[in-house]
Design a protein around this ligand. Sequence first.
Ligand code: PMM
Length: 282
Amino acid sequence: MARLDRTGPGTTRATPFQIMGVVNVTPDSFSDGGRYLDVDDAIAHGLELVRAGATIIDVGGESTRPGAARVDTSEEQHRVGPVVAALASAGVRVSVDTMSAETAVSAARAGASIINDVSGGLADERMPAVMADSGLACVISHWRGHSADMASRAHYDDAAVDVARELDERVSVLLGQGLTASQIIVDPGLGFSKHTEHNWRILARLDLLQSLGYPVLVGASRKRFIGALLTGDAPMESRDAPTAVVSVLAAQAGAWGVRVHDVAATRLALDTLEAWQGGADD
Ligand code: PMM
């Protein structure tokens, strides 16, 4: 049986559900900062995530944690370049998590096949042209400003409605700048200028994002709003079980994929959903 091949009753998904495994080559990412700063460790971790079921590996060299400082572009390229090159040459589908046009260009040359820009092409004015020229798939996230002061921008009438509308407007601008519709994957940018209640509202109304007509990527993994479900001083890894539940619910809601740190937990959760759905076919 094809994995999670249904988007809803009677409809078939063109592509299998995507599990994007995170490899942060940073000293300061909130969930795994410093663990894979060494190039060999980062490559090994990427390959391990592929063995665990990741269909894409997302390689990032700049932390976007709340309050994070920007990283120099050459340092960012120095971090991600060798990891992207090694994983791509091993046949892995690689995305580069960057807001820098220069880093996107160099990662594309190194073999990346997806540009994942959490700013949706807003942080670097050269990014839309790079995305258009590359012809690569591009993740366009909802974004209102840099991490240093993003919390001050977390004001919504209805977060789900507002995020869907702002993403739609952003995509229209990018289409006008030469991107094609087939390149676009949208992402609500959970945690970026969003408080806990905003993130849950967006997830509960994922249908509004789906209705834009593009594949939807959900990045909830280990974020603060997931941590808020836990009591006390729970370690970061405790957030992986609720993250896996979010992955299943996102798949059921018709998302294209999820971006997660613990691929094995998400794979198992999705296999459980598939087994459940399989019961309906018998
Ligand atoms: N979140 C982070 C980084 N990159 N990319 C996409 N497309 N969506 C996200 O939600 C997203 C992202 C921040 O999380 P991390 O520090 O764990 O990488």
